[in-house]
Design a protein around this ligand. Sequence first.
Ligand code: MN
Length: 129
Amino acid sequence: MVKIVIVEDNEMNMRLFSDLLQVRGYRVAECLDATKAVALVRKEKPDLILMDIQLPEISGLTLIERIRRLPAFRKTPIVAISAFVMPAEERAILNSGCDAYLSKPIDIPTFFKTIAGFAPPPARAAAKG
Ligand code: MN
C-alpha cells in the first residue's frame, strides 16, 4: 500500500487529484480543511504528501515547515502544488522544505511522473480481459 495525504481546499481540485491517484492504485487520505492537515499526517503516516500552497486558513508553506519539524516526517516526500507564481515565490516554496513543486493547472503526465519519482505506484495484478 502506498498512501498519499492530499491537502487541498478546492473541492474540484481535490476530486481530480484524488481520482487520478486512486486510478493509479495509490491509497488516498483527503484533507480539505488545512487546519487539520498536520494531525491527519500524523495519523495516516503517508508515503507522500501533496500540499496545496494557497489555503484559506494557513499557508501551505507554514504547514510544510510544521510537518518538517516532526522527526517522523522529516524525510517524507512533499510535493507542493500551486497556481502559477512568480520566480521569487517559487524559490520560497522550494526552500520551505518540500521536494518538488507543481503548478496548476496540472499537466497530468508531469503530475504522475513527479509523484512516482518519490512514491512509485503499487504494482497491480494484471487485469486481463
Ligand atoms: Mn487552494
